[in-house]
Design a protein. Structure first.
Length: 95
């Protein structure tokens, strides 16, 4: 049985639902992580990230309403200093 206390808590922010699903499956299958939440937009993510207190945030750098860097600036004073954002570009599945 997995020790849930030792798992890294991860939150995923991406406007592409398929990218969230693929990243979640990859992380949970191959690493000691527990995905504590996901969001498709920056506005929803802020409140959920504050509530779930993840250790690591996987963040699409190109969100519909703001860039990933702007999002990091927005949440910087709302999250624990131990929480680490990790920017990434999700694949464009429309082209």
């Amino acid at each position: 049985m997995e020790d849930k206390q030792r798992l890294v808590k991860v939150f995923i922010v991406d406007d592409n639902a398929e990218a969230i699903m693929v990243l979640r499956l990859m992380l949970e299958k191959n690493y000691s992580v527990r995905v504590v939440g996901t969001a498709n937009d920056a506005e929803t993510a802020v409140e959920d990230i504050v509530k779930t207190e993840p250790n690591l945030i996987f963040l699409d750098v190109e969100l519909p309403t703001m860039s990933g860097l702007d999002f990091c600036t927005l949440i910087l004073n709302k999250i624990s200093p131990e929480t680490k954002p990790f920017g990434r570009k999700s694949a464009d599945t429309d082209h």
